[in-house]
Design a protein around this ligand. Structure first.
Ligand code: ADP
Ligand code: ADP
Ligand code: ZN
Length: 242
């Protein structure tokens, strides 16, 4: 783990431009079906590497909670397990990545989820002289996913993810990380979870192929204990092999 560093390589110019600094940062997408463990892992990995964890689902849930202009519209899509339309999704994620901490690198979680979003992300990064370094796919069999989603609890403050059986908090209903109150998502019912998995197969699996064809996709076995998955993710990060 000590091998993860963000220092510029020896060949970096003495006064690096913004673009060259960005190129030294981790720009990674974490993919996987609902319940694969993206949220569980992304925060830990992002903290370790020192970049932001940007989860489209968290951005949407915040919009709904804060009642922003798109909140009601977004809630309808989320409640039914459908994807929020690409234009709105891209706008939201791009705005977040354009904040100063996002410009310094990111672990994206839950985005892109459609080919349209993947292309929009490429275009945005290209415009800014950046590019995706790696896409990591957390692979978990479907039968495991439903059991994970139905026992999931989330922190209302920091979005940390828990499970009644597989990853219980130290104190029931309270987040280990920040003390926030835990809640269950309305869309984590069996029925909506099944719909979300169908949407994943139809809309998101083609995105995996898109990145696989480009040679930047790495598969990680997500059907093992949380710590083991974390370790496999470190190994899959571009900095370690650079
Ligand atoms: P995602 O963000 O991919 O939808 P989460 O990270 O929220 O998934 O994980 C879904 C549920 O599965 C949570 O309740 C979490 O505690 C649990 N979970 C995550 N990783 C594992 C694992 N490796 N083994 C068992 N349960 C896990
Ligand atoms: P999970 O990882 O369990 O599938 P998320 O929190 O990532 O859950 O997403 C919850 C819901 O938010 C999705 O079912 C969808 O309605 C919406 N959503 C999240 N990310 C996207 C995205 N990139 N594009 C469209 N809709 C999204
Ligand atoms: Zn918390």
């Amino acid at each position: 783990m000590d091998a993860i560093r963000l220092s510029a390589p020896a060949s970096a110019p003495a006064a690096p431009t913004i673009a060259s600094v960005r190129d030294d940062r981790v720009q990674v997408v974490l993919m996987g079906p609902p319940g694969a463990g993206k949220g569980t892992q992304a925060g830990t990995v992002a903290d370790l590497v020192g970049v932001v964890h940007v989860a489209s689902g968290d951005l949407f849930r915040e919009s709904v909670k804060n009642g922003n202009e798109y909140g009601l519209q977004i809630k309808e899509y989320m409640d039914s397990g459908k994807l929020v339309p690409d234009d709105l999704t891209v706008k939201m994620v791009v705005a977040r990545l354009d904040e100063p901490d996002g410009l310094a690198g990111f672990i994206l979680d839950g985005f892109p989820r459609s080919l349209g979003q993947a292309r929009a992300l490429d275009e945005m990064l290209e415009r800014e002289g950046r590019r995706l370094e790696r896409v990591i796919n957390i692979d978990v069999p479907e039968e495991t996913l439903l059991a994970r989603l139905s026992g999931r609890w989330l922190c209302s403050e920091c979005h940390a993810s828990y499970h009644t059986v597989y990853n219980p908090p130290r104190v029931a209903g309270v987040c280990d990380r920040c003390g926030g109150a835990l809640y269950q998502r309305e869309d984590d019912t069996l029925e909506t979870a099944r719909d979300r998995l169908a949407v994943y197969r139809k809309e998101t699996v083609p995105v995996l192929d898109y990145y696989r064809d480009r040679g930047i996709l790495v598969d990680v076995d997500g059907d093992q204990p949380i710590d083991e998955v974390t370790r496999a993710l470190y190994d899959a990060l571009p900095l370690l092999s650079a």
